[in-house]
Design a protein around this ligand. Structure first.
Ligand code: TRP
Length: 323
């Protein structure tokens, strides 16, 4: 059994791109009985950007509800809130004391954020050490991450080996688990779907809202209804292909090429595929958001299980550093 661990930023309700590209593949890894899986909501990391208690809390619930509604088996995974295991900040401190200051300043995510954000706080600078602590606190062996997180993972391995070198074998060096093909999910304007681009589709929205987003925001060209159209360059078709059956996608491609099938028809088909295809997830999401005790109970059960492991690893670390 491999111990797999991943953290999820809580910056808002996950959109279709997050769900197809990251959450569903992560859920199948987590539900696989061959893995011992740890999944947590990185609300302490989100504090580097969000200074609004209600918003931080709501985001945490929305992220938890998304994972649960999309099929995460919470009895099989250790599913918790980062802040429920405060031991992580203690380990983060030890790691910071082992890692060169200059390396943190050179991290691309720090440079990128410090160029872009107004609030360049010290948390943003120390971020990779808190992330390293998230991973090392659980003896995680494999960490599924996107390309943007690879450098953080290298820093995690680096700080763990510095620690081991100074104090003897203590921390497990994790490996990054990158997916061979990451799914490209276009946003409504054709660029990669991303919250910062304002081009997202939220599968938990009701049919009316989805209809407005699809009709008003998905870009199309002005080819007349009767003319032949190229499906592959059309955002609406590229989205449809990701959510409809292969058969239905094939049919839409043929209809577009044949002519006599307009963008309005394609948008209507996409709307139906989203409304129907995610109907049970939407119902479950709304149910969970209306009954947050169910989320709390799943997360607090996860926190108990996580703390058992965390306190063991931390006492190993403490005994090495001279307490
Ligand atoms: N930094 C990650 C992101 O932005 C989230 C994260 C925090 C994480 N701690 C982690 C991911 C530990 C993997 C392992 O997506």
């Amino acid at each position: 059994m491999a111990r797999i661990l991943t953290g999820i930023q809580s910056t808002g309700t996950p959109h279709l791109g997050n769900i197809l590209g990251a959450i569903l593949p992560a859920i199948s890894l987590a539900n696989d009985p061959a893995n011992d899986s740890y999944l947590f909501i990185a609300n302490m990391h989100s504090l580097t950007q969000i200074k609004d208690a209600e918003l931080l809390k709501d985001n945490t619930y929305a992220v938890a509800a998304t994972w649960m509604a999309c099929g995460l088996d919470v009895s099989r995974s250790v599913f918790y809130r980062q802040s429920d295991v405060p031991e992580v900040t203690e380990l983060a401190w030890y790691l910071q004391c082992m890692f060169p200051y200059s390396r943190l300043g050179l991290a691309h995510s720090f440079k990128d954020k410090s160029d872009r954000l107004e609030d360049v706080n010290a948390g943003l600078f120390g971020y990779p050490m808190l992330m390293a602590a998230d991973i090392l606190l659980y003896d995680a062996e494999k960490v599924p991450v996107g390309k943007d997180q690879m450098q953080h993972l290298e820093m995690t391995r680096d700080v763990a080996s510095r620690f081991n070198h100074k104090f003897g074998e203590t921390l497990v060096l994790p490996e990054a688990l990158t997916r061979e093909s990451t799914m490209y999910v276009p946003g409504t304007n054709g660029g990669k779907m991303s919250k910062s681009q304002g081009n997202t589709i939220n599968i938990f929205d009701d049919a009316n809202t989805l209809k407005k987003v699809i009709n008003k925001q998905i870009i199309t060209d002005t080819t007349p209804l009767e003319d032949s159209k190229d499906p592959d360059s059309a955002v609406v078709y590229n989205l449809y292909k990701l959510v409809a059956s292969q058969d239905d996608a094939q049919k839409m491609a043929e209809a577009l090429r044949a002519g006599g099938y307009g963008w309005g028809h394609a948008k209507k088909a996409l709307l139906e595929a989203l409304v129907d295809g995610f109907a049970s997830e939407r119902t479950r999401f709304n149910e969970l958001m209306a009954n947050r005790e169910e989320i709390d109970s799943a997360l607090s059960n996860g926190a108990d299980r996580a703390r058992n492991v965390a306190s063991e690893v931390l006492s190993r670390v403490r005994s090495k550093i001279g307490y």
